[in-house]
Structure formats: structure tokens, C-alpha cells
Design a binder for this molecule. Structure first.
Ligand code: GLN
Length: 322
């Protein structure tokens, strides 16, 4: 069978679920994965004969796509911040909003490191422009670190899921000591696999953040320079608004607040930041766009607390400095 014929089958079989352009995009994603053909190469290979083995892969992908399963779960991987990450049904598929949260955190931590270095060593040549590895393709792990700071910051990520946040921070700040907690052992298995793939050392801890005392995270002092989190923030009452392709396939525990209080994680983070965030320490949070003001209010006693919008103009992040 020729590639163009498979494309026609994609269009036919998936037309009820996806638009024509979405199907086009999905087709090229699977061609890239199964045949290693990029979009431009695809155009020149319409007449390419597809082997039995690849044909089987395409037909399995179509059956899975027809159930509404996200393509990232079918492939078992996704791209985030220019890097490859493994995903499965136990972790949230990373969203572009979280790339914005990371960008904010990286910039603010760099500023902080720069200031500290001027104080510490009297001279600092300014940051080298960091480049996430594998920007042009994401099938290779790369052990090059993007080190800018030699300050051993202590960072805590709450509700790490697939581990994207600590892994990327470790790439940028290789001297940082990074702790990442999650309630789900299955999620942590994927996070560890990702950390190994990217050759980053993170201390992953299985922990029910809301119901356990803070100081079971580690044995030495319990004060962090940076606390970062993208906790489950969708209110229970918002459930009907969430697409089936999301709530039917991604872990609801990572999406929906566990109680009727959609701010429960944020309240605890604000409370814990009193005792467990260093002086001048910073907090970075992804938030529910509808609860910007309410979330910000929880941090009004800190020296800085700022509500920031994402690229779509929605209230999406909170930045706090103690
Ligand atoms: N942004 C995600 C979504 O809307 C939710 C992420 C979260 O709850 N932390 O699907």
C-alpha cells in the first residue's frame, strides 16, 4: 500500500472526530514517528510503498485515535521545551502554559543567581544564552547541562507528574538540589524514566502533599529557595466544561482539585512558604485562569506577589518573593 492511500484512510476513518487540518497534522506526526519522514519529505514520498510492519502500526494508531486517545499517549512520548519526554495515562500531557511557567522561573532564578554571584565573587560575565538540548529534534538524550549558576539552590516541585519541571530546571541549574514530589507512584515511575533519559539527578519522593506533614520531604533542613508547582486546579464544578479527550484519558487526579476548594493546594503552599521558603525565596505557580485574584490574595503577606498572564491573555501564573 502506498503512503497516499494510508493518508486517505486516515482522512476517512477519523473525519467524525477531527477536522481535516487536525487529521493532516496527526498523519504527519505518525509518519515522522513510524517512517522518520518530516513534513517536507512527506510531500515527496506520496508514492512510497509501506511495509506490512509499518502498515500494521498505522492501522493500530488509527484504531486508537478513533477512541479519542491523545496521540502523545499512543506514541508514549511528547515534546516539551524542545525536549523529548515519555508520557502515559498516569501523567498529564505537558501543556504549553507550563512552558511559560518554566520560562518565568528560569529567568527569575537567573536574575537571582546573577545578583548573588556579584555579591559572592565580585564579578560575573553575564549568563550565556541557554539552549535546551535537542531543539531540532527530540529523539536523543543529551547530557550537556545548561549551567549558568553555580549556586546550590534548593528547589521543590509539588505534583511533578512526568517530571518535566524539575528535569528542565536541573538542565539550567545543574548545581541545584532538586526535590520533586507526587502522590502517584505510577507518575513517579515515568518521571524517573524521564530523568534517567535526560541524565538529570532529581530526588523524587512519593508523598500526599495535602495530608502529610511538610518535614517528611527530607532529613536535613526543610527550607527551599524555590517552590514551584502546577497542581490540579480545575474545580469539580468545572468538570462538564472539560473535553472528554482530556478527562477521559488523562489522570483526573492531576487535573481536578481533590475537594470542592479549587485553591486547596495554593492555600497549603502559601502556608508552607511561611516556614519552608528561604528569605528572598521565590514561588512559581501555574493557576486556574478563573481564580487569578483569589489565588494572588493568598500571598498578599509576601514582599512581592504578582499575577501574570499566559500568551493567550489568561491569568495563568503567580510569582511570589518572600
Ligand atoms: N491546564 C490543564 C488543562 O486545562 C490543567 C492543568 C492542571 O490542573 N494543573 O487541561
Amino acid at each position: 500500500m502506498k503512503l497516499s492511500e494510508i493518508k486517505a484512510i486516515f482522512q476517512n476513518e477519523l473525519s467524525e472526530l477531527y477536522s481535516k487540518s487536525e487529521i493532516e497534522e496527526l498523519f504527519s506526526i505518525f509518519c515522522e514517528s513510524f517512517l522518520e519522514l518530516n513534513k517536507i519529505e512527506l510531500r515527496h514520498n506520496r508514492d512510497k510503498d509501506i511495509s506490512e510492519i509499518d502498515l500494521k502500526k498505522f492501522s493500530e494508531a488509527i484504531s486508537e485515535l478513533k477512541t479519542g486517545k491523545p496521540f502523545q499517549q499512543i506514541l508514549g512520548e511528547t515534546e516539551f521545551y524542545g525536549m523529548k519526554f515519555f508520557v502515559n495515562e498516569h501523567v498529564l500531557i505537558p501543556r504549553p502554559e507550563t512552558e511559560e511557567l518554566l520560562e518565568l522561573a528560569i529567568n527569575k532564578i537567573q536574575e537571582k543567581s546573577k545578583k548573588n554571584q556579584i555579591i559572592d565573587i565580585g564579578q560575573f560575565e553575564g549568563p550565556r544564552e541557554p539552549q535546551p538540548d535537542n531543539v531540532n529534534g527530540f529523539d536523543q538524550a543529551n547530557s550537556i547541562t545548561l549551567g549558568l549558576s553555580n549556586i546550590p539552590l534548593k528547589i521543590l516541585d509539588i505534583g511533578t507528574g512526568s517530571g518535566i519541571i524539575p528535569i528542565i530546571l536541573k538542565k539550567y541549574f545543574p548545581e541545584a538540589q532538586i526535590f520533586a514530589i507526587d502522590i502517584s507512584k505510577d507518575a513517579l515511575d515515568i518521571a524517573k524514566k524521564n530523568a534517567n533519559f535526560h541524565k538529570t539527578e532529581i530526588k523524587f519522593i512519593q508523598k500526599d502533599y495535602l495530608n502529610e506533614v511538610f518535614d517528611s520531604i527530607q532529613t536535613d533542613n526543610e527550607v527551599f529557595d524555590i517552590i514551584i508547582s502546577n497542581p490540579p486546579y480545575i474545580g469539580i464544578e468545572e468538570n462538564p466544561e472539560i473535553e472528554d479527550s482530556v478527562k477521559g484519558f488523562e489522570p483526573n487526579i492531576a487535573l481536578f482539585s481533590p475537594t470542592s476548594d479549587a485553591l486547596i493546594f495554593y492555600r497549603k503552599i502559601a502556608e508552607d512558604s511561611k516556614n519552608h521558603l528561604a528569605e528572598n525565596g521565590m514561588v512559581f505557580l501555574e493557576i486556574n485562569q478563573k481564580l487569578g485574584k483569589e489565588t494572588l490574595e493568598l500571598f498578599q503577606n509576601f514582599s512581592e506577589a504578582e499575577l501574570l498572564k499566559d500568551i493567550s491573555g489568561n491569568n495563568r501564573m503567580i510569582f511570589v518573593r518572600k
